[in-house]
Ligand binder design. Sequence first.
Ligand code: GH3
Ligand code: MG
Ligand code: MG
Ligand code: MG
Length: 311
Amino acid sequence: YVIKDNRDSYHYAVKLVAQLLRNQGCKALIADDSRLSRLLIKQMLEKQLFDVQDAHDGEQALKILKNDPEIKLLLTDYAMPTMDGFELVKAVRNFRGRDDLAIIGLSGAGKHGLSARFIKFGANDFLTKPFMNEEFHCRVLQTMEQLSLIADIKESAFRDDLTNLYNRRYFYQFAEKRLKETSRNNSLALLDIDFFKAINDKFGHEAGDQALKQVASLLRSSFKDFIVARVGGEEFAIVLTDIDLDQAYQLLEAFRVRLSKYDFVINGDTFAITVSIGLTKFQNVTLTSAMRLADKALYQAKDQSRDCVVR
Ligand code: GH3
Ligand code: MG
Ligand code: MG
Ligand code: MG
């Protein structure tokens, strides 16, 4: 049905299908005091593959939104009892940003200035009731597309493009936050590949790049529950949250052994790679000073024998 409505443009239909795939399973919430209105909008949103919930006024909507960070789209009426659309938008924006939750304001025709006020309070867009189905679909689609675009940009800004691990920027921006959110049983590990320059010299820089990718993928599979970032050329950081230092040590030791036994087969050459690891407890310190401690331990690991974990 949605596609049929878009007979005007083939390109638009293609875009629409792409966005529909992203909408699939995505949660949307309708806040409207009119049952008929809720029903109508629900049907239209379901055509766009949203998983739809509804609320009969602002207060109920606010409660639902507070308990469900997965809701990505809110359609809200203006005139509702107890809490109107403006108040709802204002309250929601205190904990959900424009790049994280899309809001479309709705209201009956003939009330001048509502659209502007909705947008000033933080709505992404506005629709006047009764709306044409096609306009509804276009506006919802466009709003969700913007949200997806922002998510893509954020994702690529925080990823290292060689390994697809988190990058330095992400690490310095979010590691500390993550550590503060969790229990006090946290630690930080710094890993540095041993004699990596020799690998580049012997097998070529391109093989070195491939090896880095494989090391990254081993790290990803070994530390699924933790933040793993590429913080330097052949240096990685792991934020080990909610486990004590001994457990962290065991995990790193297991990884070290797993890596040292792994055969890197690149362009017909087979070689081994080892890492040196510095580990430190993360407690009542800033990220910068924890990094300094982990780096010190790493330096000792290099000094001792390489291919070992020092805490
Ligand atoms: P050590 O055991 O003391 O760490 O020796 P090392 O050779 O690994 O240490 P060093 O810091 O002297 O050299 C690191 C090398 O890693 C230098 C650089 O050529 C290589 N490297 C850094 N980033 C990349 C990358 O993105 N791709 C490739 N192929 N090599 C990289
Ligand atoms: Mg109303
Ligand atoms: Mg290094
Ligand atoms: Mg190195």
